[in-house]
Structures are given as structure tokens and as C-alpha cells.
Design a protein around this ligand. Structure first.
Ligand code: SF4
Length: 97
């Protein structure tokens, strides 16, 4: 048995159908979110590539967790979803308990 990490691994995805394009997320966490020329926000891979597939996820670096969490809380479209990698449970976002 190995000890569990204190912070579970998290990933984030954006529902572009609801994105208003205001860019709050990209201001809070530009390492994770970026607006494309279509005016919608997308997540970026750790290699800084824009991920445009529907439902694409990217890992949330621990040092950016507060910024990503605040993005999800303040997103006017309620369309930023942060979930645990191991069980898919949403921890921040419109579907979080
Ligand atoms: S904060 Fe939400 S609504 Fe605004 S650009 Fe980011 S994902 Fe879209």
C-alpha cells in the first residue's frame, strides 16, 4: 500500500457551448486557459497546445489550483468543470456538490 497523495489529481474541461467569451479564465490562469480566434475559451495541454476537441481535459497543476478554482467559481457561463482524475467526480464547477 502506498500513501495517498494529499491533493488528488485534478483535471479541467470547458463546455464551449456555454462560454460567453469574456476571458475571465484566461486572466486568472493563462497557463491553463486561452481564448481562440473563435472567441471561446479552451484548455491547454501541459505543452501549451490549445485543446479544441469537445470535452478535452488538461491536468490542473497544484500551483495553479487556486486560480483554476476561482476561474470555475467566477465563470459567467458556468462552464468550467474541475474533476478528480481517479473517479471523475466534479469538485469545482456547476456539477460539483
Ligand atoms: S470564464 Fe467561462 S465564460 Fe468566460 S471565457 Fe472562460 S470559460 Fe468562457
Amino acid at each position: 500500500m502506498t500513501a495517498q497523495d494529499e491533493a488528488p489529481e485534478l483535471e479541467v474541461w470547458i463546455d464551449q457551448d456555454l462560454c460567453t467569451g469574456d476571458g475571465i479564465c484566461a486572466q486568472y490562469a493563462p497557463e491553463v486557459f486561452e481564448l481562440d480566434i473563435d472567441g471561446l475559451a479552451y484548455v491547454k495541454s501541459p505543452a501549451d497546445e490549445l485543446l479544441q476537441d469537445q470535452g478535452a481535459t488538461t491536468p490542473v497543476p497544484l500551483k495553479l489550483l487556486a486560480d483554476v478554482r476561482d476561474s470555475a467559481k467566477e465563470c459567467p457561463g458556468d462552464c468550467i468543470h474541475v474533476r478528480r482524475v481517479n473517479d471523475g467526480v466534479e469538485v469545482y464547477g456547476p456539477d460539483a456538490e
